[in-house]
Design a protein around this ligand. Structure first.
Ligand code: EPZ
Length: 422
């Protein structure tokens, strides 16, 4: 297994290009199932999760051509030869469940493995199933699989989500585009990835309004056609790399993403004392020389609140703050696994339930640490950029799921970082 070695203490400078959003692409790819015509996605990120989704779509009979080094994905779903998403694939990547709605809408059938939990939580899909049943699907849970049928097609409905779910909003929205009649999603997720998916579906002939607000209206249509769609910039990658100059010092310009994608996060970064300037191509972040970050109170919430996917990364910064910070993780039940690894580097973190109290220290020390999940692993990389000495991060396959060429991007702005092939 590969390891990543970082020698910390070097201020950063330069420009870093933000890739297309993993979490947008993982919903856009299954949307290709909704039409027999090709869907072409540009600005796609080169990540292992994208390759996993590609394998899943191919197992259903889709043809996926990864062009220009994976930047462009040309997906053809002319023939769906299987409606079964196998446990072997789904257990590796929960987003596989997003083929459920499109398969039901296109073929009237689906057999999708229950995803099971993952490192950060139980990750149920009950809201996905509730929404699809409201659209008229008949669901039967047997041997760990969701057996779904809609022999008479799907029909529009008013669906009120009891809590905000990105995946459930995406799955049900995709199923509703081919339903008979109108569907209204209430308490819908408002993430930029939802807006991006709706824009792509509308380019394919769907009639969706309200994406990005709490209420999304979908007028069912008889069929969709092909389209070409550019994947929105990855706001989590953007926020992650904004923290690099914040924690290590220096000034870095992030190209390709604007403040609107990370407004709540950027407000907190400025509250910690960092400078964020909007530039013609993106955002420039710098840390005032010699200044330690100011402590913060962070609460993770659905968009437009502070993203749970940036909680671990912000904690890395706050381990060096001049005072005590509080981070409340309100989305997932077990998303502090980076804390014991940061503690190996000298951080002082107390966890009680969903609340982490971080007492800032003057400096972190490099150490061997282990990645446990995608965002936890990149928080260790960030800590390594600031730590004295050498940090060795193992199990970096977690990292490769969501961060394209992380060592290239960071060494491109002056970090002393390299991958050791294992
Ligand atoms: C998406 O996961 C993202 N993944 C996650 O990013 C992200 O953390 C999450 O949204 C929240 O923003 C993708 O888009 C592929 P949810 P998702 O449904 O859709 C509960 C990363 O690091 N819930 O919004 O699975 C759930 O347990 C990943 O890139 C139910 O109870 O998240 C959680 O507590 C990690 N029943 C809360 O809702 C359901 O049916 C939010 O989950 C569905 C969810």
């Amino acid at each position: 297994m590969d390891k990543i070695v970082i020698r910390g203490g070097r201020p950063l400078s330069g420009r870093l290009h933000v890739s297309g959003a993993k979490n947008a692409c993982l919903a856009l790819m299954p949307a290709a199932i909704l039409t027999e015509e090709p869907l072409t996605l540009t600005n796609a990120p080169g990540l292992s999760d994208i390759r996993t989704m590609t394998a899943l779509l191919e197992s259903l009979g889709c043809e996926v051509a990864a062009l220009q080094g994976g930047r462009v994905l040309a997906i053809g779903a002319e023939r769906i030869t299987s409606v079964r998403a196998d446990y072997e694939i789904v257990r590796r990547m929960r987003a596989s469940v997003l083929v459920l709605g499109p398969l039901l809408a296109r073929t009237g059938r689906a057999e999708v493995s229950l995803p099971g939990g993952c490192a950060i939580g139980a990750r149920p899909v009950d809201l996905h199933l509730m929404g699809l049943e409201r659209l008229g699907a008949e669901l039967d849970l047997r041997e760990g699989y969701i057996h779904a049928r809609a022999p008479r097609g799907l029909r529009g409905a008013v669906i009120e989500f009891p809590l905000v779910s990105v995946g459930a909003t995406e799955n049900v929205m995709m199923a509703a585009v081919l339903a008979r009649g109108t569907t209204v999603l209430r308490n819908a997720a408002r993430e930029p990835e939802i807006v991006d998916l709706a824009a792509c579906l509308n380019a394919m002939g769907a009639r969706i309004s309200g994406a990005g607000s709490r209420e999304i209206v979908i007028e069912g249509v008889a069929g969709l056609h092909g389209a070409t769609h550019r994947v929105v910039a990855d706001r989590i990658e953007l926020g992650t790399y904004m923290l690099a100059p914040a924690i290590a010092g220096g000034r870095v310009e992030l190209i390709g993403g604007g403040r609107a994608l990370v407004a709540a996060f950027t407000d907190k970064l400025e509250e910690a004392g960092m400078c964020v300037e909007e530039t013609a191509e993106g955002l420039a972040v710098s840390r005032p020389d010699g200044a330690r970050p100011r402590p913060l109170h962070v609460v993770t919430e659905p968009f437009p609140g502070f993203p749970t996917d940036l909680q671990a990364q912000m904690m890395a910064l706050l381990t060096l703050a001049d005072g005590q910070s509080v981070l409340e993780e309100r989305i997932f039940e077990n998303r502090f696994m980076h804390a014991p690894e940061l503690a190996r580097m000298g951080a002082r973190i107390d966890i009680h339930g969903g609340v982490a109290r971080v007492t800032g220290v003057e400096a972190l020390r490099g150490a061997p640490v282990m990645a446990t999940d995608l965002r936890a692993s990149v928080s260790l990389i960030l800590a390594g950029l600031a730590a004295e000495g050498e940090t060795v991060v193992s199990r970096v396959y977690h990292l490769d799921r969501g961060y394209e060429r992380v060592e290239e991007k960071l060494s491109g702005i002056g970090a002393a970082i390299e991958r050791i092939r294992g």
